[in-house]
Design a protein around this ligand. Structure first.
Ligand SMILES: [Fe+2]
Length: 195
């Protein structure tokens, strides 16, 4: 199990005949971000994975086999989880048990959590084996929900969202306790799920 490696990005970029600068431009990130991914110094934001797959004309699963199946083996509690967003490249990092997180030569601080409000809230409906989560929020290219993260006693799962689509995802895990979602303008929201 693993995230997209720098080697994979480099190979796919070269197959496509792109320079680092060209890939960066097509993904809306800095060239330095692509360079640092390829050197395994930082990792691409999960929000970049889908656009990257499109640029490479691959299915997300082909470049990241574990997409939507991220989980940790330890038992995180909500307090253990921390989220970081790089203000320069927009990279989102999820960590457990605290971490030293650096991106674009900046040390990142964990995000504070916002409480749901009239414009940022979710509807959670139980399904077989999980929950269907819908974030009640508009979507546009400049103001969007980038991901939905479900947390239970057994781990967490991340669903990346298409910025132009409906902000919803099926989080296939039993005992979902908390759902986080990230609005690019208003921050990370935390939503407890009623048992
Ligand atoms: Fe928002």
């Amino acid at each position: 199990m693993g995230y997209i490696s720098g080697q994979t990005i480099k190979e796919l970029r070269e197959q496509k005949g792109f320079t680092q600068a060209q890939l960066a431009e097509s993904l809306g990130v800095y060239e330095s971000a692509v360079k640092s991914w390829e050197e395994n110094k930082t990792y691409p934001d999960i929000m970049v994975v889908e656009p990257m797959a499109k640029v490479f004309e691959k299915d997300i699963k082909e470049i990241w086999p574990d997409a939507f199946e991220i989980r940790v083996d330890e038992t995180p509690t909500t307090e253990d989880l921390a989220f970081y967003v790089c203000p320069i490249c927009g990279n989102l990092v999820v960590s457990t048990h605290g971490a030293y997180v650096e991106c674009c030569d900046l040390v990142l601080e964990p995000l504070a959590y916002e409480q749901p409000n009239a414009k940022h809230n979710i509807t959670a409906n139980p399904t077989e084996g999980g929950y269907h989560i819908r974030v009640n929020h508009g979507m546009s290219s400049v103001h969007y929900i980038s991901c939905i993260i479900g947390v239970s006693q057994k781990g967490y799962r991340v669903a990346m969202l298409d910025h132009e689509g409906i902000p919803e995802a099926d989080i296939m895990m039993e005992g979902l306790e908390t759902v986080y979602f990230y609005c690019n303008k208003h921050g990370m929201f935390v939503n407890p799920i009623e048992a």
